[in-house]
Design a protein. Structure first.
Length: 148
């Protein structure tokens, strides 16, 4: 990866971290509409016109489209935030589906990082306790089993 590409990804991670902090603050304050809007605008800003496609395809397809494990992790983090908002809105089934998607995306990020991806592993561990691992595909169950 070139220095320029790495620099772009590092800026993306910084923007994401700032946005996630603001989203979490809005969630805690009960400002769910604002939090959800920030999830969408952050995703639009990071992924551009590709974002709509990412939301429509499965985790493996989204990971392939994004390519870079850091980008996959960024998208997974936004999915996890959306799941939290859905849960607070009382939409448990949708929240669970979004948590599962976030987990699958973090597992994809792990599997595509040759040197490992500690952020993705930590996030996947956190989500694994909230998702029924038996409902994951065999591939994702195998990746999740590596987490210990």
């Amino acid at each position: 990866m070139s220095f320029r590409q790495r620099d772009t990804i590092l800026r993306m991670i910084e923007q994401l971290a700032e946005a996630i902090g603001r989203i979490a603050g809005l969630r805690r304050a009960g400002q769910l509409d604002e939090a959800e809007l920030l999830v969408r605008t952050t995703a639009d800003g990071l992924f551009g016109p590709m974002r709509d496609m990412l939301d429509r395809i499965d985790a493996a397809g989204a990971a392939t489209l994004l390519g870079d494990p850091e980008k996959i992790g960024a998208y997974a983090a936004l999915c996890a935030e959306q799941a939290e908002i859905l849960e607070l809105r009382g939409r448990a089934a949708q929240a669970l589906a979004e948590q599962r998607r976030a987990l699958e995306l973090h597992l994809e990020a792990m599997s595509r990082a040759p040197e490992g991806n500690p952020r993705a592993e930590e996030a996947a561990r956190a989500l694994l306790g909230r998702v029924d691992a038996e409902r994951l595909s065999a591939r994702y169950r195998t990746l999740a089993a590596r987490l210990g």
